[in-house]
Structure formats: structure tokens, C-alpha cells
Design a protein around this ligand. Sequence first.
Ligand SMILES: O=C(O)C(=O)C[C@H](O)C(=O)CO
Ligand SMILES: [Zn+2]
Length: 278
Amino acid sequence: MTMKVLYGASPEDVKGYDTARLRREFLISDLFAADAVNFTYTHVDRLILGGAMPKTRSVFFGSGADIGTSYLLSAREMGIANLGGTGTIAVDGKSFVLENRDVLYVGRGAKEIVVSSESPDKPARFYMNSVPAGADLPHRLVKKADAKALELGDVKRSNRRRLVMYIHPEVIPSCLLLMGITDLAEGSAWNTMPPHVHERRMEAYCYFDMAPQDRIVHVMGEPEETRHLIVANGEAVLSPAWSIHMGAGTGTYAFVWGMTGENQEYNDVTPVALAELK
Ligand SMILES: O=C(O)C(=O)C[C@H](O)C(=O)CO
Ligand SMILES: [Zn+2]
């Protein structure tokens, strides 16, 4: 298990970043490696992002050695989305089978988590978001069919998409974690368009289900001072509270969004008019 640390950046500093520095601070590109578990600890609302891709054997994690607690989830909750083939997650001996696009909520207090794939030819790709939690809530598996879908956008504006909420008060309880998956409709390119900011929550996107040659042009930054990141399949982007987060893809794609902060009010966002963007 690896644990990289990112300290976060202020919008004033970001104005002077070159491409390499911007990517170092906001892009997480080493999530999925065969038979490994890779985490990044961010000081952006203390979100931990992680990826695990068990291929030829089970892999486990759960130690809190890197973060100063007995276990990784001694004071945290976690959402785990399966972006690959069918796999199993055992939380302290209790097994949950996750098919593609199922999400497991793991409550505070879990000690050992073991992940495995049904087939090495189609390994599970477990994408994880973990945030500090104030209560022990039960582990819950949310099947794709049980999540809550919203239809957004319009083909005429190239932003038709389906947003599916998995870890959300209307689906299952969590402390402050929210997690879901958005899929772009065929022929549409733009996600989260028109954009928004949410001063009371940070967010992270992990783009997936992309052809290897495709890229997302992810737009971030303060509305009047935007920057872009070119993002490949399986890479994640951090979005602090002050940053817009929208993107356009060169092919079909989906992304997992995860949020934490002061509240779980999905509609507590400040829309940004396109005319404000610079
Ligand atoms: O396509 C979208 O719009 C989204 O997926 C938006 C995210 O859910 C989001 O930014 C929530 O704040
Ligand atoms: Zn958002």
C-alpha cells in the first residue's frame, strides 16, 4: 500500500503555476496498478483518494500507520466504486460482491479490507474516496439499480448526461461523504456545464470508461482565472471549494464524483454563468 501526500494550493498561488506544477498538485494519475493499492492523502478537506486493482491475487489494506490512527478507517468513512470487472470486498470478514458500477459504503471503524477480482482477465478496479467521519454507520452495498438517477443537459448543447447518486442522503446514510457516477450521453461532450462552485464542499472527479487514446479537457480554477488539465482514463482531479470543475471529452466517458465538506446539500452550489468565465 502506498500513500502519497498533497498539501493543497491557494488560488493566488495557482495563478503562477506552469503545466507540470498544476498537474502535480491537482492530478492523481497512479491509482490503478495490478495487485497494488495506491492512496493519495490530500489536505483538501482531508480527502483520501485511492485505487486498487487486484488481478492475480487478493490485496488488502486497513493499517492507519501512514495517518496516525490504529486503522485507516478508525476515524474515517469510505466509498468504494467498482469501475472494472466483478470483484469482492471483504470488510473485517464480511464479503460484498460488487459488479461493475456498484458502490460499497464502508463505515467508520472498519479494520481490514481485502479486495479480489472474479477474473484476472477482467479485474475489478476499485476507486476509493475516504473522509473524516463523526459516527459509526453500517457498511452498505449500493447496487447500480438502487442508486438515484437524474437526467441532465440537452443534446443540442452537447451536455446530455445521466448523474447517478450512490452515497447520498436519499439513498444511504453517510456522515459527510457524497459519491456518484455521471455518464455522458453518446454525442455529448460536456460535463457539469454550465459550471458551478460550492464554497462549502470540495470535490474530486475520477474519469473512466474512456478509450486509451481519448482525453478529457478538464477546466478548473476560479471562474475568472481558469486553467485546464488534460486527463486520461483512470486519472482523478482534485477540485477545491474555490474551483470550477467541468470538462469535455474527445470520446465517450464517465466519471466518479466524490464530495465532502460542511454539508451534504447537493443543491448548495453557486452556478457560474458562462459569461463570467475567463
Ligand atoms: O455532470 C455533472 O453535472 C456532475 O456530475 C456534477 C457533479 O455531480 C458535481 O459537480 C456535484 O457538485
Ligand atoms: Zn460540483
